[in-house]
Design a binder for this molecule. Structure first.
Ligand code: F3S
Length: 394
């Protein structure tokens, strides 16, 4: 792989150990993917923030990188949600030793220079660059959204490769950065006769489709068979579910390509749904995987007006969206209905779910359903947002 003089020097350690490690990571990825060069990026989005996912090894690694003198992120860098509400963790039964480690991780990232965000929906909090711009985003749901909806170019970065890109301002020119690799490789044809007026509608339906598509198509997915008019909530659910089950980094709606085609019928829908939803009811309700957008918070507040939850309910969103929703009065309605906001945290990779001490949870997220079941061992009742409110608030 071609490296410029300054990249070679940094790789040789002349710009410090942190940059040397970062270039070693990028060069290793470049070799595996047969890349010819590195390219500049405008935005890095780093995952690996929750102590539940990175553990002691990640904590030590970040400490080492951030304490190397003069080491800073070179491009605009956002980070994924962490494992707890940073302001409110002690009232949410987060163990103090966990909180201590989580706060250390946050302080290391802050030292390196992050935008003030802990979100898996970074495209709602910050101005998105123009279409065609290369970025380096970890967090599969956001990366798939970036490629498929925003027209940005990114590979599905890992926590380490996104960190290397944040430190260098560069990524490997491979895969989805190259225009010819951004066409569908297989189609999924949606054919849901006799279901919901024959069409997918709402974020649970799109999550189920994404879960199926991710499992069956490792490359760029082409969707066809119905008119897909996705709002941000449905698109986010589709992207998150694709990222849960496979390695695809992008989809194309209304694919016209003549390719191998896999049918997604009522049968496949029901198989995925019953895999994700093991229970008819849950003892607590969780919204916000990916974290809720301002539009979803508005909808939630509208549906909850004058109602009160009959069981514990948690709403995950970034502190930025929380502040906006307070300004607009949505947060007061949601809190007035008895729900608890959990800001800046991941709905799945948090000790909060285990601390609830429940056997089952209700959610409207397919990704959340998969990970809460896997990580915390709770059974899941998967329902759309409206049904969750109708059944659990009065
Ligand atoms: Fe976001 Fe965590 Fe779900 S990072 S997409 S809330 S698993």
């Amino acid at each position: 792989m071609f490296l410029t003089k300054s990249e070679e020097k940094a790789l040789a350690g002349e710009s410090g150990e942190a940059l040397e490690i970062a270039y070693r990571v990028l060069v290793a990825i470049g070799k595996i993917s047969n890349a010819k060069r590195l390219i500049p990026i405008k935005w890095a989005h780093v995952s690996g923030v929750s102590y539940l996912t990175i553990g002691e090894y990640g904590l030590d690694f970040l400490k080492k990188i951030s304490s190397t003198r003069g080491t800073k992120f070179r491009v605009f860098t956002t980070v994924n949600p962490c494992g707890m509400d940073i302001e409110n963790w002690d009232s949410l039964d987060i163990p103090a030793d966990y909180a201590d480690k989580q706060l250390k991780i946050i302080s290391y990232y802050e030292k390196l220079g992050i935008a003030n965000s802990f979100t898996c929906v970074p495209f709602q909090s910050y101005k998105v660059p123009r279409r065609g711009t290369s970025v380096a985003w970890a967090e599969s749901s956001a990366a798939i959204y970036a490629n498929s909806i925003l027209g940005l170019r990114t590979n599905r970065e890992s926590a380490v490769s996104a960190l290397a890109s944040a430190l260098t301002g560069k990524t490997v020119y491979s895969d989805l950065h190259i225009p010819r690799n951004r066409s569908p490789t297989k189609n999924i044809r949606v054919d849901l006769k006799r279901r919901n007026g024959d069409r997918l509608a709402g974020s649970v339906d799109y999550g189920v489709l994404g879960y199926f598509a991710g499992k069956n198509v490792p490359g760029v997915i082409g969707f066809q068979g119905q008119k897909f008019d996705l709002g941000m909530a449905e698109a986010k659910a589709l992207c998150a579910a694709i990222g849960t089950t496979g390695s695809s980094g992008m989809f194309v709606l209304n694919s016209k390509e003549r390719l191998e085609t896999i049918d997604f019928t009522k049968k496949e829908y029901e198989e995925v749904f019953s895999e994700l939803s093991q229970s008819g009811e849950g003892e607590a309700v969780v919204f916000g995987c990916p974290q809720m957008t301002i539009e979803e918070l508005y909808e939630l507040s509208r549906m909850l007006a004058g109602k009160h939850f009959l069981k514990k309910c948690f709403v995950f969103c970034s502190s930025k969206m929380y502040e906006i929703s307070r300004t607009r009065g949505y947060a007061q309605v949601i809190e007035g209905a008895g729900a608890t906001f959990v800001r800046d945290a991941c709905a799945d990779f948090t000790p909060l779910i285990s601390a609830l001490n429940v056997d089952s949870v209700e959610t409207d997220s397919c990704k959340g359903a998969y990970y809460m079941h896997k990580v915390h061992g709770v059974n899941i009742s998967l329902k759309d947002t409206k049904t969750l409110i109708e059944e659990n608030a009065a």
